[in-house]
Design a protein around this ligand. Sequence first.
Ligand code: NAD
Length: 381
Amino acid sequence: MKLSVPKEAAAGERRVATVPEVVKKLSSDGVEVHIDPGAGEEAHHPDGQYADAGAKVEGGAGLSGQVVAKVQPPSPEEIGQLSEGTVLIGFLQPLTNGDTAKALADAGVTSFAMEAIPRITRAQSMDALSSQATVGGYRAALIAAQELGRFFPMLTTAAGTIRPAKILVLGAGVAGLQAIATARRLGAVLSAFDVRSAVKEQIGSLGAKFVELDIGLEDAESAGGYARALTDEEQQRQREALADVIEGMDGVISTAAVPGRRAPLLIIEDAVKRMKPGSVIVDLAAETGGNCELTESGKTLVKHDVKIIGPENLPASMPDHASQLYAKNVQSLLGLMVDEEGALHLNFDDEIIAGACITRDGEIVHEGAKKAAGVATESEG
Ligand code: NAD
């Protein structure tokens, strides 16, 4: 099988879908790897490292494979370069990016979205949402520490005692838990809130306090371990109760998300107004609408003397390890697609292969992607 990896074309994307260590392993398994020159440069893997690992580094190679592995969804130009029957693996935003799914189906590409891999135990090593959210959560905590004009840890000095910073994490999924762990290591005092009660114990085990909001909300966990969207009334009660908690914080790191929907609005302007001057909000949900009412994606604003940071694509800001983890996720998925002789063999009876598949035989086959593309879903007949 020939696997190819292009240089990512999206602005600001510094990750790459494979790293030399993974190329070495794939090559020894009989996979022929082709890569665009400079594809790994921004993740600090020069072409020579790929060549030493067994890859063919050649201009125009990146989209030519039987299987193409990418990080970002392909642009229309990239889709135009894929031959019919190509297998594409990458983040494809199936629940929100209907145009890409449509274009891939029209081009006869068999596509697999990393986001759509079922989050079952057997697929843990392929879970790129988790690996990249780990990077995002870590970076978010560092940004909060960097941007706050105060120490995170408690300090006892000859010039007096400094109280530790109080940080609230909203949404304790993979990114939120990593933000808690990182901010704790820096010495802050952590509290956290999530609508899924299953995470209470995880929050506690990381040394953070679970914030109980008296809003009459039962556990809001739904299928696949994700949160369900709250009703308008539940959201309203949550925002008001959170404003009281946020008031005493030096910083908030918000990571709340519901797959395929706008991020829940948790921090209203009144809550920002009530924060201490100089506090910070790092809104990891900026790209999907923001958890804070005042967030602007990709910008840092100061409102009511509070810094509101809406970072975009944080995993790309740590491209070395983000690429390494992503490359391993892709390698694990490829493990299900390649037989012992190194030939491509797609077994659609496997729930991981079937669940991750977005387009096949000229059709969109993923229910969520059909909805996003405005194609009739199975439930609609
Ligand atoms: P996510 O990025 O979709 O959401 C982030 C967090 O926001 C979640 O914890 C969610 O409960 C929370 N949230 C949503 N609405 C909220 C609101 N109104 N207020 C506060 N918090 C809100 O989630 P994720 O981090 O990708 O994963 C969520 C969960 O999926 C995991 O914690 C886990 O249970 C499950 N998961 C399972 C596996 C597996 O292998 N079995 C792997 C990874 C994740």
